[in-house]
Design a protein around this ligand. Sequence first.
Ligand code: ZN
Length: 272
Amino acid sequence: MIDAQAGGSLCTGASVGRRAGVDRPIVPGVRRFIGPFLDAAADLCLGAACPGCGRPAGRLCLDCRQAIRTGPVAPGWRLACAGLPLWSAGLYAGPLAAVIVAAKDGGRQELCALLGERLAQAVQGLAVELDLTGSGPPLSLVPVPSAAAAVRRRGFDFGLALARRAASRLAGAGLRTRVCPVLTPTRAVADQSGLDAARRRANLDQAWRARPGGLSGHCLVLDDIVTTGASLAEASRALRAAGQRVWGAATVAATADLGPARERGRPQTANG
Ligand SMILES: [Zn+2]
């Protein structure tokens, strides 16, 4: 059960970081004053830049961190192609998009903590809407699988890392979840970027399967970005084929152009 205080803190992203000790400013005024000098020194010595805005900085700048943490967690999207209610923690644009790229393919794994925090907020919004915050088995969080080649290239499984970070944040808010990476590829697929909606669906058609067992409680599918919904739809199909009901989906970000895959309005029912 989400207690009101913890749940509220998770929804108001800026306070979460302070409570959890992330980016804790001991003397905020001093840090804000000397921060630009430290960033300038880092830029001078290392050529470092903020991964969110590109300005000289040795790390994610406070403006970008604040912009990402306080972005709207959007309900009400329904993936028509998968029949799933979907919550996302921001538009795939600006600092959020840049940070996702940096964490995913830019070697900035430390940014996964912030992205996992945002994914947790999307999961919590979804769980509250679906009335899944009560007692019972932990929610099963199923990340969309990464291609083996991508995992080798990055040195880690980005989707799985985000799901684990999100689960950790949700535990701190009193919502019990369990990360269940039960989806595995059945064949090689092309890179989805650059494909239109129809080609994305064809590219992922029957591309994954769900390993039997390992799931308990209500099942939610997680991904970093939703563009057309093809990945979430294939994940849902594979889980249903294994006899698992999928209740909804949550992502860190959604592109502004979900196109015909989306329908505005409150989700009606989860798919069976
Ligand atoms: Zn920045």
